[in-house]
Design a protein around this ligand. Structure first.
Ligand SMILES: [Zn+2]
Length: 155
């Protein structure tokens, strides 16, 4: 299940940082992917699940890996739900870079968390404002809370 690193795939690059112990957002490795906290926390608890394979679509994955990837994503989502207690989770499977390496975005949503109800992307660049970068302490708290719930669910 080795991924194919490419110089211009942001997800492969993030995974490489995890393997080198240099990704401060890394929470936990599962069999099909890596759990990380989102860089920007406009939606507190925003987390991602990065597919271990540099693949574009779910149906490009081997059936067994695909089923496990989907199941593990649902476990990650449940851990996000338990850790951050949103009203609802938003799930999105997006791609980025060459080959569009798929990765799940999991957003905890809360009543009234947008100026106008709708998907988070309506915020545009405001989603990535520096004011939403967690402090080192906040980041450690987020990782610890999420990992504690993953620990329970995976036990
Ligand atoms: Zn990749």
């Amino acid at each position: 299940m080795a991924y194919q690193p490419t110089n211009d795939c942001m997800i492969c690059e993030r995974i490489r940082w995890i393997k080198e112990g240099k990704n401060p957002y890394f929470v936990r490795e599962l069999s099909t992917g890596y759990v990380v906290i989102g860089d920007h926390q406009r939606f507190r608890g925003y987390s991602l699940f990065l597919c271990k394979q540099h693949a574009q679509e779910l149906h490009f994955l081997e059936p067994e890996f695909r089923a496990r990837f989907l199941y593990e994503m649902s476990v990650v989502a449940e851990a996000v739900y338990r850790a951050f207690q949103p009203d609802k989770l938003n799930y999105e499977l997006l791609g980025v870079g060459r080959g569009l390496h798929m990765h799940w975005h999991i957003f905890p949503r809360r009543e009234g968390d947008m100026p106008v109800p709708g998907p988070v992307w309506l915020l545009g660049d405001a989603l990535f404002s520096e004011e939403f970068l967690p402090s080192p302490k906040e980041l450690e708290d987020l990782k610890e809370q999420l990992n504690a719930q993953l620990e329970k669910l995976l036990a």
